[in-house]
Design a protein around this ligand. Structure first.
Ligand code: URA
Length: 235
């Protein structure tokens, strides 16, 4: 921001809320500029000012990155008329948050959210081959040749998979790592070998593992993780 900007516009641009919502925050004396409560919407601020809402610093171009352990029953969308959305699980109400790809409503596990559109775009682009690892539970016994069938290119009708990594755990459980992310891909691959999926959990996205993140919880990525993701996709 080279020149000054009205406080309400600054807050709206920083994703704090609509013009109306940020005006209400200012009215309720939730906004401070350089440690002073500000009561007028048209107060001029510049990038040298220290601006806080509810005691938290607001930065115009702050990048945000969260890893969520998505629960069942939530859809990978920001808004929906019929189902709860993953947006509702994130306390940060910035308007510019986007979801990196989708998990089905009944799939649980690692889901990344950010406001970095370019990074999101690249992480989903086939050319960067970002690995996604799933834990799969099947209805039927996995065939003995499951590895062979799933790892070689598989014709799913509308596209042919480019190969995967299969790790069998027992008769009904396996890990599958894919570098693509077509619609219902994992479910369709297992259905094709006559072992329909009854439970699906994404346990990692790129090098990000769920570790001890509980279902429904999320955490911000560390600077090191953010740098790692950017490097992965040439940013
Ligand atoms: N593959 C699927 O079939 N479903 C998901 O949610 C993710 C990958």
């Amino acid at each position: 921001m080279d020149k000054a900007m009205r406080l309400d516009r600054f807050l709206a641009n920083a994703g704090i809320g609509s013009r109306k919502e940020v005006k209400s925050l200012i009215k309720k004396q939730k906004v401070k500029v350089n440690n002073h409560l500000v009561k007028s919407f048209d107060w001029e601020v510049s990038e040298d000012d220290f601006i806080e809402v509810n005691g938290e610093e607001v930065q115009l171009f702050k990048e945000i990155y969260y890893l969520l352990n998505k629960p069942e029953g939530y859809i990978s969308a920001l808004e929906d008329k019929y189902h709860p959305t993953v947006r509702e699980l994130i306390f940060d109400k910035r308007k510019d948050l986007i979801i990196v790809g989708r998990l089905d409503i009944d799939t649980t596990g690692a889901l990344l959210l950010t406001n970095n559109g370019e990074l999101c775009h690249r992480l989903l682009a086939p050319r960067y081959h970002v690995a996604k690892k799933y834990l799969v539970e099947t209805e039927n016994k996995l065939p003995n040749n499951a590895q062979e069938l799933l790892e070689k290119p598989m014709d799913l009708g509308d596209f042919i998979t480019k190969g995967a990594i299969y790790e069998g755990l027992d008769d009904y459980h396996a890990y599958l790592t894919i570098n693509e992310g077509k619609f219902h891909q994992v479910k369709r691959m297992f259905a094709k070998i006559d072992a329909p999926v009854i439970k699906l959990k994404r346990i990692s996205f790129a090098f990000l593992n769920l570790d001890d993140l509980k279902i429904g919880e999320y955490r911000p990525l560390s600077n090191l993780e953010i740098a790692g993701l950017k490097k992965l996709v040439g940013l």
